[in-house]
Design a protein around this ligand. Sequence first.
Ligand code: GLA
Length: 398
Amino acid sequence: MRSLIHRIGRGILLCGAIFLCSVPLFAQSNLVAATPPMGWNSWNHFAWNVNEADVRAAADAMVASGMRDAGYVYVNIDDTWEGQRDAQGYIHSNNRFPDMKGLADYVHSKGLKLGIYSSPGPKTCAGFEGSYGHEEQDAETYAKWGIDYLKYDMCSYLGIMKKQAPNDDQKQWQMMQQAYEKMHQALLKTHRPIVYSLCQYGFNAVWSWGPQVGGNLWRTTGDIKDNWDRMALIGFSQAGLAPYAAPGHWNDPDMLEVGNGGMSDGEYRLHMSLWAMLAAPLLAGNDLSKMTTATREILLNKEVIAVDQDPLGKQGDRISAIGPYEVWMKPLAHGEKAVALFNRGTTAYPISFHLRAVGYSHAVHARDLWAHKDVGMIQDAYTAVVPSHGVVLLRLQP
Ligand code: GLA
């Protein structure tokens, strides 16, 4: 908060000094990511093997599949694009990405935006060149290429913290925040709106300080994996984080695994629903050029996307959990609410909720967002039999 006031103060000071206040300097983090960022990221499917052709193919598929028009606009290259620094210290991409500027131009020509990845440490998690000591140069390079999104991944900076402040947790956390703030300042200096994604796996309650270091989103957990146990563990552990999400600032429980093959379509529907209830960034992580019809229908369910992207910008939270049967509610604009009935158990089960438990004292109209059907009026309570590892997602209108 102190740093926010400081930044606001600086903005006002500058306005006063030059009598021009059209774009306040401090406001960048609120100008981008007014709703949770949507797009695609290379890591979950391509990992170390990604190259320029894969990224172009992802961009093409985002247009052809209708994903771009449904809101998926960021095409994000994750780790392993990095090459060497030149004699002046400027980073170059490696030979799998021979022309970053050309790639950005291509992505932009499709009405999409390009994201990139780096680390505050000397090395990224995959051992490639990080930004340590070159933050301003890297931000300048990204802006020159036309980059619109940066995922900044802690990785080897953890080692720097431990080395410079051994056995001093407080000092280490302070160093971590400073490292993120350093890149934030470097990004601001480019005057290019760049979504800033913090990736430090949720250490030190990042949600409580992420906005102060310019984060538009921050990872709240370790890495997701393409299996039910890991996805459910990460997703359901987000209960309680709702107060920290707001337009421009989102909790990020990691990218989607929908369509990668390790879960059933029903489990992927639950994954997509839970991420929408969490107002989580929706970054598809599959090979978009080879989607099954079911995968496409899950990623492109516009009624579910609308829950995630609701302009009120409130994250949902758990209302009740009886064993593996959970009810979650997300407030939406105009007094509407999304209610999700999740079955984490191994057999189908009837899950119920009362309207008063989700904040209504009168009857509401309900629509089932996976069946794409109106359910009709709910007077008092509602029960649905939910399949194992499945979900019923409702939109309620007063
Ligand atoms: C970390 C991040 C992942 C991915 C890899 C890349 O594990 O959490 O999302 O970016 O690094 O090396």
